[in-house]
Design a protein around this ligand. Structure first.
Ligand SMILES: [Cu+2]
Length: 119
């Protein structure tokens, strides 16, 4: 095998690994679409892959689009696949969670979901 074919084989192996490493939302707390009895102190999202914290965002808005998170979204220090943000003391109602994350393979994924507080 000459140098050029070695390089091509390595590139193909990297591309194949990357195709399976997108960060998908595995589960969340509060759970996607759930209703919780009282305002949670924070929102936590667990992803299928480790994230690049500097390029990953997580915000929470109320029904009128106003931010209710404290702007402190960060990866959990002991779990790079767990993104968390703390919340203001929110009233009963519907809240939207918006996430846009970069996995360590540099691929971007994003999504939204709603949870409800109170009856
Ligand atoms: Cu990927």
């Amino acid at each position: 095998m000459n140098l050029r074919s070695l390089f091509v084989a390595g590139y193909i192996a990297l591309a194949a690994a990357g195709a399976h490493a997108h960060a998908l939302l595995d589960h969340a707390e509060p759970r996607v679409g759930s209703q919780v009895p009282s305002a949670p102190a924070e929102v936590r999202l667990w992803f299928s892959e480790p994230l690049e914290g500097a390029f990953s965002t997580l915000t929470v808005t109320d029904a009128s689009g106003r931010r209710v998170d404290r702007g402190d979204a960060q990866l959990d220090p002991s779990n790079k696949a767990l993104l968390r943000v703390s919340l203001q003391a929110v009233a009963p109602g519907a809240y939207s969670v918006h996430w846009r994350v970069v996995s360590v393979d540099t691929h971007v994924t994003q999504g939204d979901f709603v949870f409800r507080v109170g009856g």
